[in-house]
Ligand binder design. Structure first.
Ligand code: PHE
Length: 343
């Protein structure tokens, strides 16, 4: 009978292909080729309806048996391929858990981490608490509460990295946001420092990085003046960078302080005579600071007629570069062990 012969041939063809398959992908293809919707066996089954009744019964039965037979054969083959793969893995990748381990080489702390820890100690010695805040911030804590007006250039997408999937969220551009978070939840007086990462849309070159570190300071108490601020900052920088350093303060502008100042330190490289690091001025700008703006205090419901304070924000990466004479900021973030092991 023609139909039975066809089925017999199909059985042989399929069996040979299944036995010869070397991987799961080939088996998949074979399954489609014979049993798929447009597969060879399916086509035959479709032809059955044109046969006389008796022939149809016999051929139909055979065809269905063949279908089950091939399905069975394919799943057996799949399993045996899988087993073979595991056996090979076990052979190639065996380990001896009784072997003694290899001692890990002891690492060193990153120079930034070291600096931050030392700074925390120095400020803790002056009665400061260590604070921290989220790196993903909202507009209110990073800008609005800090008295930064809506049209300030820092709020521009050119300078700030905004999150595209969450409206109003951004990568904090300054640790000053921690001032707000701290004051929102507590009553003065307080003294805090908050080291951490900040982000700005910036180049990555010898003196810029889109991610860098700041150390924020905030003191709020009764009758706080610039004299208090000067004393604290000078003591800290002397201990952290150069005991012999001299300082000067210049007026500057930050919306969240009034007056705003910039503190410069005499150049540690040339001692103040002028060199390429200080651009021949003898001074290096290290920190923005000032007395906390009354609007900022009002924004966190602290009465500016009763309380006053000062705030500062050190650029940690620059200080670490100055401290070790590192000329290229990228070295701090490239994780080159030859560089890092020196510290
Ligand atoms: N947040 C300022 C900056 O990123 C630095 C600063 C902090 C200035 C605190 C004044 C007071 O430039």
């Amino acid at each position: 009978m023609k139909m039975l012969e066809k089925l017999k041939k199909l059985e042989e063809e399929a069996s040979t292909e299944i036995s010869g398959a070397l991987d799961g992908k080939t088996l998949q293809e074979i399954t489609v080729k014979f049993l798929g919707r447009k597969g060879k066996l399916t086509e035959i089954l479709r032809e059955l309806k044109n046969l006389p009744a008796e022939e149809k019964r016999v051929a139909g039965k055979t065809a269905n048996e063949l279908k089950l037979f091939l399905q069975e054969k394919i799943s057996e083959k799949t399993e045996s391929l899988l087993n073979a793969r595991f056996e090979k893995l076990a052979e190639d990748e065996w380990i001896d858990p009784t072997q003694p381990g290899i001692e890990a080489q002891r690492g060193t702390l990153h120079p930034l981490t070291k600096f931050i820890r030392e700074a925390e100690k120095v400020f803790a010695g002056m009665g400061f608490t260590i604070a921290s805040g989220p790196q993903i911030e909202d507009d209110f804590h990073n800008f609005t509460a800090l008295n930064i007006p809506a049209d300030h250039p820092a709020r521009d997408a050119q300078d700030t990295l905004f999150l595209s999937n969450e409206a109003g969220k951004l990568l904090r551009t300054q640790t000053s946001s921690v001032q707000i978070r701290w004051m929102e939840e507590r009553k003065p007086p307080f003294r805090i420092v908050a080291p951490g990462r900040v982000f700005r849309k910036d180049d990555f070159d010898a003196s810029h990085s889109p991610m860098f570190h700041q150390l924020e300071g905030l003191v709020v108490d009764r009758k706080i003046s610039l004299a208090n601020m000067k004393a604290v900052m000078e003591a800290a920088v002397k201990r952290l960078i150069a005991p012999e350093a001299k300082f000067r303060f210049r007026t500057s502008y930050f919306p969240f302080v009034e007056p705003g100042l910039e503190m410069d330190m005499s150049c540690t490289i040339c001692g103040g005579g002028g060199c390429s690091v200080c651009k021949q001025t003898g001074w290096i700008e290290i920190v923005g600071c000032g007395l906390v703006h009354p609007n900022v205090l009002r924004n966190v419901k602290i009465d500016p007629t009763e309380w006053s304070g000062f705030a500062f924000g050190f650029g940690i990466d620059r200080m670490v570069m100055l401290r070790h004479g590192i000329k290229d900021m990228r070295l701090l973030f490239e994780n080159d062990l030859r560089f890092l092991r020196q510290f």
